[in-house]
Design a protein around this ligand. Sequence first.
Ligand code: FES
Length: 543
Amino acid sequence: MGCIHADYEGKPVIAIINTWSEINPCHSHLRQRAEDVKRGVWQAGGFPVEMPAITLGETFQKPTTMMYRNLLAMETEELLRSYPVDGCVLLGGCDKTTPALLMGAISMNLPAIFVPAGPMLRGNWRGQILGSGADVMKYWAERRAGTIDREAWMQIEEGIARSAGTCMTMGTASTMTSVAEVLGFSLPGASSIPAVDANHPKMANRSGRRIVEMVWEDLKPRDFLSRASFRNAITTVLALSGSTNAVIHMLALAGRAGIKLGLDDFDELSSTTPVLANLRPSGKYLMEDFYYAGGLSALLKALASHLELSCLTITGKTLGENISPAEIYNSDVIRSVDNPAFSSGGLTILRGNLAPNGAVIKAVAADPALLKHSGRAIVFDSHNEMNARIDDPALDVDANSVLVLRNAGPKGAPGMPEWGNLPIPQKLLKAGVRDMVRISDARMSGTNYGTCVLHVSPESFIGGPLSLLQEGDMVELDVRQRQLNMQVSEEELSHRRAAWRPREGVYPRGYGKLFLQHIRQADEGCDFDFLEGTAPIPEPEIH
Ligand code: FES
């Protein structure tokens, strides 16, 4: 390695777990950020070692990055366990990388700092500002409707991702890096800094310095994580109108910390938490605007009356102390509790005979006219069947129909892909329809919008009620009453239940087989059953 004894003797060894990869455009700057972290570690008297870990690149990985979240969590934990390190800096940001790195670090419980990759710059096309994901869906619908041509579509593609960094709407990436910050894992303000802003490498440098201090202070994740800090994070996700994916990831994170958290916590807080971030896909602005407006610290200060400010963080200070210097510089981007973007509805938990263990909808990203709706179900048994039928002119569908996709849950797809934003049938697009009620046991990209009921639990693949729904059944959605029901008698359902037969799992061996055997349901966080909890793992005896 070319190191002399004095380089490392008596110094904390700091692992820099880096999810950089050429296949992941969101992390294309993380090689350099690892160097920025190292500079900080050296300056503070530590010994840095960069350790690559599997990347979870949202844009290319099949069937879905969610399939591999737990694998990265395992890799993180075992890297930290099996090598002689004293603390770690976690580099990630593209959707699942954040929860995965944190899950592993919480389980290992060594001093840890999370350095978020940071959002991309705003997109641009013919003078219009483009937002990741949300504008892909918007213009793809126009392309399918025939209102824009191929050349315009290619220009949009070239204009929508202008720099390194994660999606710059309030999608899963920015939601989860905000969660990491509120839980106390990142330096104040870190999650809002654009990836290519000069303040980003400075933040990485400061994180390198701080982790060395944390090792000497022996400040570990489970010293600062608490039920109160998780409820703060839920409140923040609601105030950001963040990604529905956060529900699953936060349940998994809490499970690793041994903290009891459930859908009821989301349900309780959702009715009282105002949406303060005016960010796409539910609002107007993008992450770059959010940063200039004061960033997450400013939003948290505006939200202070809804937060438990005494929670400890990696700075060694409380959340309240961290956010006290923050100011709002643009009150249209970051609203006050007296002038919220929406009074509530960041996320809503639904229950009923279609989802006895819960489902999720982001009501503020839906057509308000559809939030109380009943319609005939059009049922697709698989993603392939949906693709084959959705644009068939003979499909018996109208704007009031309810589109249903099943076998897309944790075990069904498998991996619970982001298929929950079912495409509007082409003939309805051409007639001007842009939103419909859609229901699935899948997830949806946090950058997407529409009246999409997601995470229906238990999933259809294991015989949840969604598996009993038949084409033509009436389905009722009532977001205000938090209800999702099918109008089918209990007697008829029991006949259908008796006739239901499970499908075969698709993996005869390998990681996929392990996944199918141990994955939990969405309302439990989709962790592997054998990774939950805080039971101590004994180190092997060395003779
Ligand atoms: Fe990586 Fe969206 S594709 S954050």
